[in-house]
Ligand binder design. Structure first.
Ligand SMILES: Nc1ncnc2c1ncn2[C@@H]1O[C@H](COP(=O)(O)OP(=O)(O)OP(=O)(O)O)[C@@H](O)[C@H]1O
Length: 315
């Protein structure tokens, strides 16, 4: 399926880059009068990894529920790819603890009337492969780590080809290893051409994982754009204090970090890499690392200024 289905009026016109999601004045007022989402205009470019960033209670989940047709907007319109081409992870799907990951996926697949039963096994195997669970396919769900459980949930969302993947706080409650697994998976999915719309209250997570961001504060979308444009065009840089300057520079260049500079230390643009991975590569290459730091963009200042709230900046 290649045609974009407009669920509501308001098709984008002109030469703007094609959007995966647009909303216009999208609003949700709950009974009792509380405005959870206040006239937001989202513009999620096709092929982007869009971080929907905001503190708890700022309206992210309510927005996602409207986009997925789970609740009705009070006002406003939006465009989305057809829901049959959208994979979503909103509330964790109910998996059976005593069934294997594969058996759980087969149950999910069987619940989809458009999925031919004859090819179910192949679909489940492919989805497990994609999220790196092929080797654990036969293991019971209850023996899965939190990261594996979340990857299985994403596998369930990826049982059919998807143009858009919507993830609500996919790293919530995960340990650092699980968080890394899910972030890496998001990048892989995006590299295959699927647009990813991912909500998070973690600034560092969005900086590392996303190409674009929209910032929510008390129901309003207070800023939106590419990560670079939001941070005033200044990219985060990594700084390595080492006596092995040239060797360190070679490692950074091999990792394809942009703008590697050698002086009394070595610096480069972080370019979405995880600092701990860079450190591991340096150590493997025998570089003596005395110190490693990330010089943050001004993004954090922007966010705190816009939302008036301290962001949870750790990833
Ligand atoms: N069904 C509902 N009825 C009334 N108010 C609601 C309802 N659902 C959400 N809200 C309120 O709307 C506001 C936005 O909530 P929402 O869950 O969308 O925020 P969020 O940014 O996703 O935060 P979190 O990460 O905590 O879920 C909150 O103040 C919440 O209490």
């Amino acid at each position: 399926m290649t045609s974009e289905v407009l669920l509501e009026a308001g098709a984008p016109s002109g030469a703007a880059p094609p959007a995966a999601i647009t909303t216009s004045g999208l609003t949700k007022r709950f009974r009792g009068g509380q405005v959870a989402v206040d006239a937001i205009d989202l513009d999620v470019p096709r092929g982007s990894v869009y971080g929907f960033l905001g503190p708890n209670g700022s309206g992210k989940t309510t927005t996602i529920r409207m986009l997925l047709g789970l609740i009705t907007p009070t006002e406003g319109t939006f465009t989305m790819p057809p829901l049959t081409t959208v994979g979503a992870l909103v509330e964790g799907p109910a998996f059976y603890p005593y069934l294997s990951g594969e058996a759980n996926l087969l149950r999910f697949d069987a619940a989809d009337p458009s999925a031919p039963p004859r090819t179910a096994k192949a679909r489940a195997a492919e989805a497990l492969e994609r999220v790196g669970l092929a080797a654990a396919a036969g293991k019971r769900y209850r023996a899965y780590s939190l990261g594996m459980r979340q990857r299985l949930a994403i596998a369930a969302a990826l049982l059919r080809p998807r143009r858009l993947l919507v993830l609500d706080e996919p790293t919530n409650g995960l340990d650092p290893q699980g968080t890394r697994e899910v972030r890496a998976l998001v990048k892989d999915v995006a590299a295959e051409g699927t647009t990813v719309f991912v909500s998070s209250h973690l600034l560092a997570e969005v900086e590392q994982m996303c190409t674009h961001a929209g910032i929510m504060s008390a129901g309003r979308l207070v800023a939106q754009g590419t990560i670079a444009s939001l941070s005033g065009g200044r990219a985060a840089r990594i700084r390595i204090d080492t006596p092995d300057l040239e060797a360190a520079a070679r490692v950074l260049a091999a990792l394809e970090l942009p703008d590697v500079r050698v002086g009394s230390d070595v610096t480069a643009e972080l370019g979405g890499h995880a600092p701990e991975r860079i450190n591991a590569e340096l150590v493997v290459a025998g570089v003596a690392v005395r110190g490693l730091s990330v010089v943050r963009t001004s993004l954090e200042d922007v966010f705190v200024g816009l939302t008036g709230e301290g962001f949870d900046v750790d990833g």
